[in-house]
Ligand binder design. Structure first.
Ligand code: MSP
Length: 491
């Protein structure tokens, strides 16, 4: 079994979870489930990012102590995971003792490796983005005031600060990415990162002194760590860091990070530099996905158009939403969320194609064959064509899934389902019933077999619906894996 480590970003607990958070978590669940089916040993991590000025501000606004506030808010994210039917291995919290220890160990390692020095920071900071900006990155708003490229407010900060020698890593990062061009996906994001690194890297401020809701810097408790140092370290904490000899660490590091496009720079520039500077390997892949808008508008609290995953799922159903999110928009691109688009997609693919096929084939078998069909293995050209198509599609499906092209994998499955619907209509078992029972049996067998294959492929995306189909066609859970995809189960 090949180890496979996959992570979501850890979510800020300043507010409730919304569809953007659900999107990343479901994406990782799909990729994790797929990897389990191909036989890999999977570790799937998610959790919450609980330190920093933004969270501290939110706690003050709700009149709670930061620790009480984050305990309450983190639970909302934790509860969302099973609601989305995501099978995680760990939910990490950055306020946990083990994480505080791990991030302090990472700091010490960087310090011992002479990658950190004390100086003064003077420049722009955005609390909403928890990011430092140079003046030429900023834009002006209608009131001629500087704002971050994300639209967030920025403030001028002047304080003593520790710095990480990021400028030392420009060359090494570029060499790494030239050598491993597939370690950032999609390609357009890879190009963006290369351009950013090539334009020159400045040393990075990595501690703050003007508030104290953070991990204390070892040997200088005037400072707390910059929230991104502590946050990124969560990926290591979960698998046993600082014990680099622990079983999970040896097995699972390095892993794959799925992130939104807004936090690519932190993951693809700062994080690999920290890791290399701490004598650790950079991630195997960073995949940056796009952002959802709501009926054409940016999703934001101030516009009041946030999509609550609980509400939308109770209206449409979980698998319907899991399916819509990954069939509608190529993973990596931006997408627009609208109720019309959900209904259209769900009706066309799930109800009319998949649902209709399962319903027609199974009810025919139940009515006419007492729910029993035997494999005659007496296939004609039409049967062989469909079986061969399912084999071709399996290869294409795996190829796309290995590249996180979930929409393309789904398209392949639905091509197979459409072909099976056409096959079933053309073969017309209702006519064969009157003239050739053997042939009718073969057609039903092939139809059920292709339903079984399609359902195995669909399983990572819509697991609950697939389990229902497996129940109907009498496939046990232990037989749901890709090893027996091409093996015809003789029952
Ligand atoms: N805490 C940091 C991540 C630290 S990882 C070491 C953070 N948290 S976040 O809660 O603000 O965002 C988490 C993820 O949600 C990001 O990947 C972000 O891209 C994603 N999304 C937030 N809004 C989104 C949409 N409207 N659409 C799609 N994803 C979006 O950043």
């Amino acid at each position: 079994m090949k180890p496979f480590f996959i992570t979501t970003p850890i979510y800020y607990v300043n507010d409730k979870p919304h569809i953007g958070h659900a999107y990343t978590t479901i994406a990782c669940d799909i990729i994790a489930r797929y990897n389990k089916l191909i036989g890999n040993d999977v570790f799937f991590l998610t959790g919450t990012d609980e330190h920093g000025q933004k969270v501290e501000k939110a706690a003050i606004q709700s009149s709670l102590e930061p620790k009480d506030f984050v305990d309450k808010m983190s639970k909302n994210f934790k509860d969302l995971v099973p609601f989305l039917n995501c099978e995680i291995n760990e939910f990490i919290r950055t306020t946990s003792d083990k994480h505080i220890k791990a991030s302090q160990s990472l700091w010490k390692k960087l310090f011992d490796n002479k990658q950190i020095y004390l100086s003064n920071y003077e420049g722009w900071y955005s609390v909403r983005d928890e990011a430092f900006y140079t003046e030429n990155e900023l834009i002006k708003n209608n009131e001629d005031k500087f704002i971050a490229p994300s639209g967030a407010n920025v403030e001028w900060v002047k304080e003593e600060s520790y710095f990480f020698k990021l400028s030392n890593w420009q060359e090494k990062l570029l060499n790494f990415y030239y050598k491993y061009p597939n370690s950032i996906k999609p390609k357009s994001r890879y190009n963006e990162v290369i351009k950013f690194i090539s334009s020159g890297l400045k040393d990075l401020s990595i501690s703050r002194t003007t508030f104290n809701w953070g991990v204390p810097v070892p040997n200088n408790d005037k400072h707390v760590m910059y929230v991104w140092i502590d946050a990124l370290c969560n990926y290591l904490t979960s698998i046993g860091y600082p014990n680099e000899e622990s079983i999970n660490f040896k097995k699972f590091w390095p892993g794959m990070h799925i992130v939104g496009k807004d936090i690519l720079r932190f993951h693809a520039v700062y994080w690999p530099a920290f890791l290399m500077a701490a004598d650790l390997q950079p991630p195997t892949r960073i995949f940056a996905h796009g952002w959802w808008t709501n009926s054409g508008k940016k999703i934001s609290k101030s516009i009041g158009n946030i999509i609550d995953p609980y509400e939308i799922i109770s209206e449409y159903g979980l698998d319907q939403i899991r399916f819509f999110l990954f069939r509608e928009v190529p993973f990596g691109n931006d997408g627009d969320f609208s109720k019309e688009a959900i209904s259209k997609r769900v009706n066309a693919d799930l109800s009319n194609n998949l649902g209709n096929l399962v319903q027609r084939v199974c009810s025919f078998i139940k009515k006419n064959c007492n729910s029993i069909i035997l494999n005659t293995s007496n296939y004609d050209e039409a049967d062989n064509n469909l079986i061969n198509l399912s084999i071709d599609i399996f290869d294409k499906y795996k190829f796309h899934m290995n590249e996180q092209k979930i929409d393309k994998s789904l398209k392949e499955i639905f091509e197979l389902l459409t072909a099976t619907n056409i096959y079933f209509d053309k073969q017309a078992p209702w006519d064969l019933k009157k003239i050739n029972l053997d042939r009718m049996n073969t057609v039903l067998f092939v139809s059920i077999e292709i339903i079984r294959r399609s359902t195995i492929l669909l399983y990572p995306i819509i697991p609950e619906s697939c389990e229902k189909i497996f129940n109907i066609i009498n496939i046990e859970k232990k037989n749901i894996n890709y090893n027996n995809y091409n093996k015809i189960i003789n029952k």
